[in-house]
Design a binder for this molecule. Structure first.
Ligand code: FES
Length: 104
């Protein structure tokens, strides 16, 4: 299954990932500019992405911990998510996200 990721320079990448992978892991393993310092433990906010509006409802709700972390970054938007908290699935095949500056 594929995700479409726009990097901080505005370049779009089509990345292949497997079911159950975290979106963060797909972005990181393909070598895009994402720090993901905590490795997916929902404790760093350096995997911050903006989900395309048409996908936002499909990726599920933020947890309280995720909300708290997003409050700590300066470039949060209504469609902000931590990409380590989104798991790849058939329903999300074709997902579009944009890497936030605070992920780099
Ligand atoms: Fe640290 Fe997502 S990788 S919160």
């Amino acid at each position: 299954m594929k995700i479409h990721v726009t990097d901080q320079a505005g370049v779009e990448h089509e990345l292949e990932g497997l079911e159950g992978w975290r979106v963060m892991e797909v972005i990181r393993d393909w070598g895009l500019n994402i720090k993901a310092e905590c490795g997916g433990a929902c404790s760093c906010a350096t995997c911050h992405v903006y989900v395309a509006p048409e996908w936002f409802d499909k990726v599920g709700a933020r947890s309280d911990d995720e909300e708290d972390l997003l409050d700590t970054v300066g470039d949060v938007k209504p469609t902000s998510r931590l990409s380590c908290q989104i798991l790849m699935s058939d329903e999300l095949d074709g997902l579009k996200v944009t890497l936030a500056a605070s992920a780099a």
